[in-house]
Write a new protein. Sequence first.
Length: 175
Amino acid sequence: MTGNVFRIAVLLAVFATLMACASKPEPRETPRPLPAPERDVIAEVRAAGADAGDGLDVTPLRDPAVTDLRDAATRHEAARAYAEADAALVQALGLTPGDPELTQWRAELALAQGRYDDAVQLANASWENGPRLGGLCRRNWSAIRIARELSGYPAAATAAAAQIARCTVEPPVRM
């Protein structure tokens, strides 16, 4: 009987050793999706706000310091130095707090940097302080739509797209 117990113990030890040494199948690597083609989200937003002939563009006189900061932001944006462009706009907003155009510009820069929550927050602030109609309104909602689309909220993107249509008011028919 002790011989049988010994044989069983040896078989269990061999079995345990074989189990420990058994190679596990390597986990199959899931194929990674190809990166999405790079989008020029700033151009997309600005195209949505392009002149549709539905508004009156009033350009106020600007403080020369704000004009200089806007020019610096334009240069930085052209060089894709979005953080520097944003810093110039923050300084300009310090001189003209709540300016909806500058706030929307910051939203577009945040969108280009992948800071989608910031883009939504800034576009909403611009909409709250802005005319709520016309090109700036379309840019506000377009930035929100793209941010929600890229961050994986398709229902919110669809809702924002519906808001874009409300930014344009058709003039009355004149006879």
